[in-house]
Ligand binder design. Structure first.
Ligand SMILES: Nc1ncnc2c1ncn2[C@@H]1O[C@H](COP(=O)(O)OP(=O)(O)OP(=O)(O)O)[C@@H](O)[C@H]1O
Ligand SMILES: O=P(O)(O)OC[C@H]1O[C@](O)(CO)[C@@H](O)[C@@H]1O
Ligand SMILES: [Mg+2]
Length: 321
């Protein structure tokens, strides 16, 4: 039976481009003659029935805005079977046949559970972390990396003037992609990520040797998953006597206007998710893989770890002398 009505929600940490994705799902759904419902605050709104019908104007003037007009939540209640059942019942009550979940790996776990309860779900990768497999990039990652690169450019100015080193802590609890891409793009001297073992002894010795050879600044990028920037700076100081300044970029990385890459990715994926639902697919995650829009079983996606790009990591190491 073809679907007549869809819902859309954003879940987990917000990411730049979520609004562009919501806009795309809503307008594509309306274009194809569907009723479209927006769910407020992710899975929390599903459980508590905070669901409203959307029209063309509900998503006007948002393509350029960070955050998410649907708001988002980390909802513990939804991790229980009872919460998931309540959510599914509310969707059925509104006659919603298909649900687009925009979020990260945790939100995908939730979408998978709903799918197993008979709800037709489609996942869209909305997270700055870039930790979702079967898509080259997630919505928000490009903007987050640009923010980090911009911050490091500024740090470099003052580090060079004072002949100092700098430790920059970026987001990424289990995935070092923000650190990797921003580190490579900004010429960091070392990049510490959860995926690759590292030696502080080696890093401290390299920093000192480079400084002695005439290098006048150094940037060390640390993904939060490997430890606190403050601790790393302390350990470097204990080994080589340098006094790295520490910058924790924090939630700045999740805000601001999305880059054109994130807007385009979000717009393409939102429309694609709606078209795949109409075509009868469900229990899938949408991604752009090697330039192609693809769907993959969400069960496979949540049970696969995104491969780390060792080639880029080694390139960054080779160039950071
Ligand atoms: N195993 C699970 N079963 C059911 N629901 C889950 C599960 N894991 C996470 N969720 C739901 O998804 C929500 C978002 O997950 P999480 O906080 O991990 O963020 P995310 O989607 O990974 O985004 P990000 O990592 O970018 O912040 C959780 O608050 C919870 O409601
Ligand atoms: O402060 P919050 O919202 O719990 O989120 C922090 C976490 O969310 C993420 O930014 C992803 O959205 C992680 O990289 C980070 O560890
Ligand atoms: Mg996550």
């Amino acid at each position: 039976m073809s679907i007549k009505s869809i819902g859309v929600l954003t879940s987990g940490g917000d990411s730049q481009g979520m609004n562009a994705a919501v806009r795309s799902v809503v307008r594509s759904g309306l274009f194809h003659g569907l009723k479209v419902f927006g769910v407020q605050r992710g899975y929390y709104g599903l459980i508590h029935d905070d669901i409203r019908e959307m029209d063309l104007r509900s998503v006007g003037d948002i393509i350029q805005r960070g955050g998410t007009i649907l708001q988002t939540a980390r909802c513990l209640e939804f991790k229980t079977e009872e919460g998931q059942k309540l959510a599914a019942d509310n969707l059925r009550k509104h006659g919603i046949d298909g649900l687009v979940v925009i979020g990260g790996d945790g939100s995908y776990q939730g979408a998978n559970k709903l799918s197993k309860l008979g709800i037709k779900t489609m996942g869209l990768p909305g997270t700055i972390d870039n930790d979702i497999p079967y898509t080259d990039f997630t919505i928000g990652f490009d903007t987050a990396v640009s923010i980090v690169v911009d911050a490091i450019n500024k740090l470099r100015d003052t580090m060079s003037s004072h002949e100092r080193s700098s430790v920059v802590e970026v987001m990424g609890r289990h995935c070092g992609d923000i650190a990797l891409y921003a580190g490579l793009a900004s010429g960091a001297e070392a990049i510490m990520v959860p995926e690759v073992p590292f030696s502080i002894d080696e890093i401290a010795a390299r920093m000192k040797a480079n400084f002695d050879a005439g290098k006048r600044h150094s940037i060390i990028v640390v993904a939060e998953g490997v430890g606190k920037g403050e601790d790393i700076a302390k350990q470097i100081h204990e080994r080589n006597g340098m006094e790295p300044r520490v910058t924790v970029l924090g939630h700045i990385q999740r805000g601001g206007t999305p880059t054109h890459n994130d807007r385009i990715l979000a717009s393409s994926l939102g429309d694609f998710a709606v078209r795949r639902l109409i075509a009868g697919e469900s229990g899938k995650a949408c991604g752009k893989l090697n330039g192609e829009l693809v769907t993959t079983d969400i069960d496979t996606v949540v049970n696969t770890k995104k491969p780390f790009n060792t080639e880029l990591y080694e390139l960054a190491l080779r160039l950071s002398q």
